[in-house]
Design a protein around this ligand. Sequence first.
Ligand code: GLN
Length: 507
Amino acid sequence: MTPTHHSSSADLHQLDIHALTELLQQKKVSAVEVAEHFLSRCAAHADLGAFVALQPEVTLAQARAADLRIANGTAGTLEGVPIAHKDIFVTRDFVSTAGSRMLKNYRSPFDATVVTKLACQGAVTLGKLNCDEFAMGSSNENTAICAVGHDHLSVVRNPWNTQRIPGGSSGGSAAAVAARLAPGATGTDTGGSIRQPASFCGITGIKPTYGRASRYGMVAFASSLDQAGPMARSARDCSVLLSAMCGPDPDRDSTSLDMPEEDFSARLDDSLEGLRIGIPKEFFGAGLSPDVHAAVDSALKEYEKMGARLVPISLPRTELSIPVYYIIAPAEASSNLSRFDGVKFGHRASEYKDLADMYKKTRAEGFGDEVKRRIMIGAYVLSHGYYDAYYLQAQRIRRMIADDFQNAFKDCDVIAGPVAPTVAWKIGEKSDDPVANYLADIFTLPGSLAGLPGMSLPVGFAPAGADAGLPIGMQLIGNYFQEARLLNAAHRFQQATDFHAARPAGF
Ligand code: GLN
């Protein structure tokens, strides 16, 4: 096939997935050209530290295969579109590190289901993205893996202001999409890791209902919370990615829902007339930055203009979601991470006296501080004598948090509020203070604990002061299986505004 050169191929990275797909399907540009273009952007902007693995020969081979399918009329919905994966998804052709020394050079014998499903629709794997170690974190500062193009450990930088964190744990994903290094990326969200970095980097991301996307091949952090989802520039792009990613996987993930695949773009254009948007008062209290408050307020006004009605609601246990999550997630992590013992795979200490010593040294060397902290908390709350007081109690409150949402959804169709209390903070600002990091998760944790779908969409920028120009996201939370409704609400907003189209200077 000899595609006609698209006149502005120098600007391919400015196109979103929707526009790229059109060009590819009309054969105005080839998948190989697109892949080459994005690979060279990744190399040119290596200073951001977004990628932990690139394998141009693998990416280009996949792109050639995509071109063949386009030529013979068997193209999928994402044929030839380069997608980068958070390095929490295992992949056969790239290393799979989970941001940990423990898995530094690890090669998986199989691909995660989400990776396979995106590939089935023709997505081309661009590379693997930096993340907090085992997805534990909110700033991406917990990575233990040296980024591509760096010779020592570095943090991921926020393209809107390189002195700021990109958010986490899917920080590499958010930075890469915001900097136009990839038109779309995968992320995972256990307590906010898709929504918060999307918000901090001015992009759009959605975490589906727990169980809609298979967890097979996602390195496990807290299994009752972990969910995969897409991160891209718009709700429309996210809907195509999410449609490809979700679906039952009964043989490989026992908590995968037995629900048919869904086309999440089918209802994007539905009218918002009469949509009842619940505004939880607990999301707008003290501690919310005035900039974030103002941007969310003006987005809500825009929704009213589109025919939506704002309904005051209450999620009374919002504050409790922090202690509850930081008991349940570490408990599950301490169990999941017991597999890293130096025997089966990953790092093994080079010198040890006996088996017990090998375990100890391997884990001491392989895990970073935050991971160790969580393993210790988890082991503690699960131990005999403390189990009832902490773990069981947390499970009870988790149920009440879920009930609070069901109560709220009697009066509203979706819930809106901030994603995080502030914009992206400075690199290093909270790195010695784990509790300060945990507190910033307050608005994303409740939905995670309830297993509800949630998304983040850009609604503004900090107007002045030290934070000037940093993106602000708004969160939409839906009832179970209401992903299409969330995407519809976000898409209509993005049709009426252009925050999602803004790009950081120099990218
Ligand atoms: N910031 C939260 C944590 O550190 C959420 C992480 C996530 O969603 N993976 O656990």
